[in-house]
Design a protein around this ligand. Structure first.
Ligand SMILES: [Zn+2]
Length: 346
């Protein structure tokens, strides 16, 4: 399979994250992507290529220009006023404190709370380059599929599925898989489905395609009654007035087994087939693995291979885009198994 990857992400290293009121080592770190790369190279059967730069247009087909400008300028502005450490918000633009209709604040501190919704998504000197490269990795994978590749894998880091049109968080800065899906939909004019099998709800993807009747967004995830991002991901969220039925949420309980997860993947794929999608984008997180430090699900290697086989059986073109997965070894195994299931190497 064609694997799109780059080392530029290594410049983005969060020194810590705030979880449960404590400063902890960041679980989203470069070792995740290098472990996946090394495992794929070791196993063989894949071809590796660097991303091509696609410019601003496909990014702005998904995101607010003000968000992109903020991401590009935040480190400079943060550094200029003498802050040290990562650029992250400490005051959030909640309704009641402001109306979303106002312009972004003049101060960098205000802008961080205006655009960023959590304390796990810092901006550092190398962040913007990594973020743009990650989007270009997804776009290059999308282009390969548009050019006729049956399958491609975009080894994106940082991840992206928590980023909505104008706000970011969840270790994510630009929504790589949504940028790719819109690029593919516009490139062919045919319908595209996203099957998000990261452990967390793809809240950003849901918001981006809420009123788009040409893109189906399916997400399997830990139920927001107990899991991040807490405010989205319920069954009742089925799409906006202009695209009713274009969003399918499948919230799952703590301890969901691999067998149950596969049943729900089948449901999601049935929805994609029924929608008429000939291309499927898979935001893939290995934080569903039993070893994962964030997730509560119980998936093992054989289930990732089964998911790959189910994707293959649809006959659709498939672009897999890397999202989460925080046990490095389990994540590398999950990716190699998934890709082996999609495209068995003889
Ligand atoms: Zn996740």
């Amino acid at each position: 399979m064609k694997v799109i990857l780059s080392d530029v992400h290594e410049a983005h290293v969060a020194p810590f994250e705030i979880v449960g009121g404590r400063e902890k080592p960041a679980v989203e770190h470069p070792g995740r992507a290098t472990a996946i790369r090394d495992a794929l190279k070791k196993i063989g059967g894949h071809s590796f290529q660097a991303p091509e730069h696609h410019g601003d247009a496909p990014v702005l087909a998904v995101h607010d220009p003000a968000l992109l400008h903020h991401l590009e300028d935040a480190w400079r502005a943060w550094d200029e006023v003498g802050n040290v450490g990562p650029a992250m918000p400490d005051t959030f633009a909640m309704s009641g404190l402001m109306e979303r209709a106002i312009e972004p604040p003049a101060t960098i501190e205000g802008r961080l709370g205006y655009f960023c919704f959590d304390m796990g998504t810092p901006i550092l000197e190398g962040t913007y380059a990594a973020v743009r490269e990650s989007a270009d990795i997804a776009l290059t994978g999308a282009r390969e599929v548009l050019h006729g590749e049956q399958y491609a894998y975009a080894l994106c880091r940082p991840p992206g599925h928590h980023v909505a049109t104008s706000i970011y968080g969840g270790y994510s800065y630009l929504n790589n898989s949504s940028i790719a899906a819109r690029f593919m939909q516009r490139g062919t004019g045919s319908k595209v489905a996203l099957l998000d099998v990261d452990y967390h709800h793809g809240n950003g993807t849901q918001e981006i395609f809420w009123n788009d009747p040409n893109v189906l967004a399916v997400s399997l995830h830990g139920d927001p009654d107990f899991e991040y991002p807490y405010f989205t991901g319920r069954v009742e969220e089925t799409g906006g007035d202009r695209a009713p039925g274009s969003n399918l949420n499948i919230p799952l309980p703590k301890g969901t087994t691999g067998e149950r997860f596969l049943v729900e993947v089948e449901r999601g794929l049935d929805a994609a087939t029924g929608f008429g999608a000939e291309m499927i984008v898979v935001p893939f997180g290995a934080d569903t693995a039993s070893e994962d430090p964030l997730g509560t699900f119980e998936l093992h290697a054989e289930q990732y291979r089964s998911i790959g086989g189910m994707l293959r059986a649809t006959g659709a073109q498939v672009l897999v885009v890397q999202e989460g997965g925080y046990d490095v070894t389990a994540t590398a195994t999950a990716v190699t198994e998934l890709l082996a299931g999609i495209s068995p190497v003889s």
